[in-house]
Structures are given as structure tokens and as C-alpha cells.
Design a protein around this ligand. Structure first.
Ligand SMILES: [Zn+2]
Length: 114
């Protein structure tokens, strides 16, 4: 198998998984780009993308999660170096309107609404 085909197979085998209880309904359109980019980056690392939180869960008052403008991606199955690399890559691929923060157990990504 050539490298490109191997990469394609690897990508196609990787899925987006939801932690039990995660509510995706109400997620705003700008977050679709985040899912697409994150899924690619995770696939390159050979891992499924696991969403730890979207509109569910308890977040700080005024959190973008409540407005459908934030997603948390689980990072507990990565080493610290890998998680930091993913944060760096997400910052590179997403426009400046997005904020990416690592919270050890997860990477929080939000779209900064006006
Ligand atoms: Zn979050």
C-alpha cells in the first residue's frame, strides 16, 4: 500500500465518538469546522476524536458551551507532549476567531462570538 492510500484508510477508519450524555443539539455552525479539523488531526495521530462536552455539563458562568460555541475534546489517551502538539496544530489550522485551551483532561475550543 502506498503512503497516500495508507493515510486515506487510516483517516476513514477514525470516527468521532461522543462521551455518554454529550448534547450536540444546538451546536452552532462555526463549530463544524472545528470538528472537521480536529478529526483530521486526531486521525493522523491514529486516534478517534472523543467529544467530552458540547452543550451538556457544568461550565463556568457565561461559558460558550451554553451557547453552542464550544467543544471539549478528551485528551486523557494522549501523552502531555501529544496533547500540546494537538493544541498547537489546532491553533495553526483554525482562524484567529477561535480560542484553543488545554485543560489537561481535555482541549477546549471555542468560537468567539461577537
Ligand atoms: Zn470547554
Amino acid at each position: 500500500m502506498n503512503a497516500l492510500l495508507e493515510w486515506k484508510v487510516k483517516m476513514e477508519n477514525k470516527k468521532i465518538k461522543l462521551k455518554e450524555g454529550v448534547i450536540m443539539a444546538g451546536l452552532k455552525l462555526p463549530m463544524q469546522k472545528v470538528l472537521i479539523e480536529a478529526n483530521c488531526l486526531w486521525a493522523v495521530m491514529g486516534k478517534d476524536l472523543v467529544i467530552a462536552s458540547a452543550l451538556d455539563g457544568e461550565h463556568s458562568a457565561g461559558s460558550y458551551h451554553y451557547y453552542g460555541y464550544a467543544l471539549d475534546f478528551r485528551t486523557t489517551h494522549f501523552t502531555q507532549d501529544q496533547a500540546l502538539q494537538l493544541v498547537k496544530q489546532l491553533k495553526e489550522v483554525l482562524p484567529s476567531a477561535y480560542t484553543v485551551i488545554w485543560h489537561r483532561t481535555h482541549i477546549h475550543v471555542q468560537f468567539n462570538m461577537e
